[in-house]
Write a protein that binds this ligand. Structure first.
Ligand code: SF4
Ligand code: SF4
Length: 365
């Protein structure tokens, strides 16, 4: 893959990286092979976070011996200086390294959060950089791009991690141009809209944007190979047919893709709507793989077990149709006009099937 500069960091990145959240879904024997194949294929940017289950641990184990050849990114959701400082030390330990190339303030949610996180937590990152524990400081966010615009206007962050794909183009209006103007390294999450978009088309479209690196996840070695295959293309120009496909997907998913903006909350039934519709990694695996492949996937069973009760509780809340029928507050608040209640109800049988499959697998669970 032809390397691109990561803003003004002095680092050069292959345009297809690996988003490590999905490493938390499978046993190390499986997830480690994905990292090894990524290395073989020239991937040099690995994006993880404390919040991505045990992915820091698995990534640290798989990258041993390759540390100086790769760029590792992680994140803290800490709200105070001491919490963020502790998170950096924990990330270093879990990643088995004495420096992290790129450390982010993770998931800035609104302008109040910008005030909080650019206070003590940012001070902790600046001190960690001075101490050589981290080398560059970045921000991430899923909500409205204006939140990250405000953050970029207050501090010279070196990198940015933001969702961008065929459906979610809002960052192209103001955020990405500002980042380009400030020479911030632009890294992209959700490039295939958590599996809703066909990866080859979505990544090829993205390679045409002024970004440094996209970090799609991969649940198999062949997915990793497919993603890098797009990064290796000599020409990213879309054909007329591909342009038409892009337009079709943008239209079809416009009211079917949760942007994780949080505007629908609070829910009186305490359903975590954005986490269910937008970021339920295990559900996305089920949807992408289908039940047959899902049943034979080498799940990280400790994680399955950890999520079990919460998933059962979510199903019960979704299935309480009377509660939603008399409420509908979320749909009136959603700026993207998503049919939230019917989307949740369509997930419920699949979530039950996931639990059934895992039960059968698990004498194990
Ligand atoms: S309609 Fe249902 S999901 Fe939406 S806010 Fe009300 S209780 Fe929550
Ligand atoms: S359901 Fe709508 S309001 Fe809620 S997080 Fe998703 S896009 Fe935002």
């Amino acid at each position: 893959m032809k390397l691109r500069p990561l803003g003004a960091t002095g680092l050069n990145v292959a345009p297809i990286g690996l988003g490590a959240a999905q490493l938390g879904s499978s046993e190390y024997e499986h997830s480690g092979k994905i990292v090894f194949r990524a290395l073989d294929l020239g991937v040099n940017y690995f994006d993880t976070a404390r919040g991505y289950w045990d992915s820091e641990i698995k990534l640290g184990k798989a990258l041993k011996g390759e540390r100086e050849n790769v760029i590792v990114s992680s994140k803290t959701t800490g709200k105070t200086k001491s919490e963020a400082a502790q998170h950096i030390d924990e990330s270093l330990e879990r990643l088995q390294t004495d420096y992290i190339d790129n450390y982010h303030l993770h998931a800035l949610s609104d302008l109040d959060d910008v005030d909080v996180r650019l206070g003590g937590p940012l001070e902790a990152l600046i001190e960690a950089k001075e101490a050589g524990k981290i080398r560059h400081i970045g921000i991430t966010g899923h909500t409205f791009p204006s939140v990250l615009v405000a953050a970029l206007n207050r501090f010279d962050f070196e990198t940015l991690l933001v969702p961008l794909n065929i459906v979610e183009r809002e960052p192209l209006a103001e955020l990405i141009p500002l980042a380009i103007k400030k020479n911030v390294g632009i890294t992209i999450m959700k490039p295939v809209a958590t599996g809703l978009l066909p990866a080859p088309l979505a990544l090829k479209w993205l390679m045409n944007q002024q970004i440094a690196v996209a970090v799609p996840g991969a649940t198999t070695v062949s997915e990793m190979e497919q993603n890098v295959g797009i990064g290796n293309l000599a020409d990213f120009t879309l054909s007329a047919d591909e342009d038409a496909e892009v337009a079709k997907w943008a239209l079809n998913l416009a009211t079917d893709r949760c942007r994780i903006c949080m505007e629908c909350l609070p829910c009186p039934s305490d359903i975590g709507i954005p986490g269910t519709l937008g970021t339920d990694v295990m559900y996305n695996h089920y949807r992408s793989m289908g039940p047959a492949k899902f049943a034979v996937f080498p799940w990280e069973l400790s994680r399955v077990e950890g999520e079990w009760q919460e998933r059962e509780a979510t199903i019960a809340k979704i299935d309480d149709h009377a509660a939603c029928d008399s409420c509908m507050q979320c749909e009136s608040r959603c700026p993207y006009n998503l049919p939230i209640v019917s989307m949740l109800r369509s997930m419920s049988p699949n979530m039950k099937d996931m639990l059934d499959i895992w039960s059968k697998e698990s004498s194990k669970v």
